[in-house]
Each structure stands twice: as structure tokens, then as C-alpha cells.
Write a protein that binds this ligand. Structure first.
Ligand SMILES: [Zn+2]
Ligand SMILES: [Zn+2]
Length: 128
């Protein structure tokens, strides 16, 4: 599979039993399915193992918006995360595959983690 953003090859990477993604060996971009993304958000440390690309490279490639799905070859839609609107990613309307630039998944996950801590702190505080 060829990376949609650079001339690199997408390699298959697995984490645990449920997670299989494709990651570009050049730019570190990640291509995965929505159900796999849910698992990745649940698995601790998955971002360290799977999102190992350089966020600086990812940030540069984030400007490239018009890409084709590496699986289907059709144009992907640019969309953003409902909870974290600063994170833009590409999604295929046909196979629902999602493409994240290097560092974007870590960003997505670290914010989720921080939000959870905020919830815990709020929950532990007695009502005054
Ligand atoms: Zn690439
Ligand atoms: Zn597709």
C-alpha cells in the first residue's frame, strides 16, 4: 500500500490482538478503520508504539488536504474530531478508513486522557 501523502510505503503494524493499522515508513502517517481507532483510544500506550512518526513531519503534511484513499483510490473527505476540533484528518466515504498525520493520534489520545483526569478531579471535589 502506498502512502497517500508521500512516496513512502504503508506497512502493516499490529498492537495487541485487536489493533491492525497501516503506517507509512517515510512520514509516519497512519491509516486505520474507525473500529480500530476506538480500540487504539482504549489501549494504554498504543500511541507510543503506533504513532511513532515525527510530529514535525506530520505537521507539514497536514497541509496536504486532497488525498486519495490508499485502499480504494478515491478522494478522501477532510473532517475533524467532534471533541477536539483542532484535529483534522481524512476519511474515505467508501471504506471509512481514516488517515492521521504523524503525531495526530497522540494528540487525540493525550487530550482524551487529560479530559479524563479533569473529570476525576471534578468528581472527587465535594459540592460546596
Ligand atoms: Zn507517507
Ligand atoms: Zn477507502
Amino acid at each position: 500500500m502506498r502512502c497517500p501523502k508521500c512516496p513512502g510505503e504503508m506497512e502493516t503494524k499490529t498492537y495487541g490482538r485487536k489493533i491492525t493499522i497501516h503506517r507509512c515508513c517515510e512520514c509516519g502517517g497512519i491509516f486505520c478503520q474507525p473500529d480500530v481507532l476506538r480500540e487504539m483510544r482504549r489501549e494504554q500506550m498504543s500511541e507510543i508504539v503506533l504513532d511513532s512518526g515525527d510530529p514535525k513531519v506530520g505537521g507539514q503534511l497536514d497541509k496536504i488536504g486532497d488525498i486519495n484513499c490508499p485502499e480504494c483510490g478515491i478522494a478522501m473527505d477532510k473532517t475533524y474530531d467532534k471533541n477536539q476540533t483542532h484535529i483534522w484528518y481524512e476519511q474515505c466515504g467508501q471504506c471509512e478508513g481514516m488517515y492521521f498525520d504523524a503525531g495526530e493520534f497522540s494528540d487525540l489520545k493525550s487530550d482524551t486522557f487529560l479530559d479524563r483526569i479533569k473529570d476525576i478531579i471534578k468528581g472527587a471535589r465535594p459540592d460546596t
